[in-house]
Write a protein that binds this ligand. Structure first.
Ligand SMILES: NC(=O)c1ccc[n+]([C@@H]2O[C@H](COP(=O)([O-])OP(=O)(O)OC[C@H]3O[C@@H](n4cnc5c(N)ncnc54)[C@H](OP(=O)(O)O)[C@@H]3O)[C@@H](O)[C@H]2O)c1
Length: 246
């Protein structure tokens, strides 16, 4: 049987790096993406060392229209099918709704929602192909949403709205593609100890944030399930919070 392959956005650091590394250990061939070419090259080296038979880096900005098709086409050219798509890259900026500039909103929509939507459109034929070739495992989509997409967090209205919409998109993938063997999961964590959450360290120490390692375990479990079950979404709270706050 051919090695399974996965495409992971935002794989150069943080949660995406952790998930990509686990997939490498499991013998997946990878397409990894991020903007910073040097960091992406370093990540590729680490993925090869971890056991990925083949790793291709395709650097670019997911907010650039042309890049989205380029990224999926590169995966198609190298592997011919896609067993796993990890829609991980995302960003947020904080501010009260009453004063939030719509341009900042548009930026988050472009990266957190539009890019996953278009990537899914581009990738679905490849995911269907993988599912048809391996119906027991099927093909999997994993999206990094956020607890703010489920419970409103002050000053994260734009970010939370994009993540709520991303979770809706994942449910739609299951509704439309389940019969073709594709299973999709949204992981919706509170603050995770990565670069992205550094701005919050004065309020929440990193030791009280969710660890990347814990998210990798959840992601890995979802990706190892057979096609007979679908985990639609997982909300992960920080144990030191009331369970409803980021
Ligand atoms: N950390 C948290 O507290 C937290 C909580 C809940 C959900 N999440 C979600 O989890 C996901 C990963 O977060 P993280 O904490 O691991 O973030 P991170 O540490 O900031 O890493 C982000 C990754 O995405 C890439 N990236 C960022 N903007 C990009 C763009 N415009 N085009 C292409 N690649 C881009 C980055 O590489 P380059 O900068 O080189 O492009 C990097 O590889 C995000 O969707 C985030 O919203 C995070």
């Amino acid at each position: 049987m051919t090695n399974p392959s996965a495409l992971i956005t935002g794989a150069s650091r943080g949660i995406g790096y952790g998930i990509a590394h686990r997939l490498a250990e499991r013998g997946y061939s990878l397409t990894i993406a991020a903007r910073d070419t040097e960091r992406l090259a370093a990540a590729a080296t680490a993925m090869r060392a971890a056991g990925a038979p083949e790793v291709h880096e395709v650097a670019g900005d997911l907010a650039d229209e042309g890049y989205l098709a380029t990224l999926v086409n590169a995966h198609a050219d190298n592997f011919g099918r896609m067993d796993v798509l990890v829609l991980n890259a995302g960003a947020g900026s904080a501010g009260e709704l009453a004063e939030f500039h719509p341009k900042r909103f548009d930026k988050q929509v472009a990266l957190n929602l539009r890019a996953p939507f278009v990537l899914l459109q581009e990738a679905i034929p490849l995911l269907r192909k993988a599912a048809a070739e391996d119906p027991v495992r099927g093909a999997k989509v994993l999206a990094l949403a956020s607890i703010t997409g489920v419970y409103a967090e002050p000053e994260l209205s734009a970010y939370g709205a994009t993540k709520a919409a991303l979770m809706s998109l994942i449910r739609s993938v299951n509704r439309e593609e389940a019969s073709k063997g594709i299973r999709a999961t949204a992981l919706a964590p509170a603050y995770v100890d990565t670069d992205m959450a550094e701005f919050k360290h004065e309020v929440i120490p990193p030791t009280e944030m969710i660890s990347v390692a814990d998210l990798v375990e959840l992601a890995d479990a979802c990706l190892r399930l057979t096609a007979r079950s679908t985990v639609q979404e997982i909300v992960v709270a920080r144990s030191s919070s009331d369970g409803y706050r980021a």
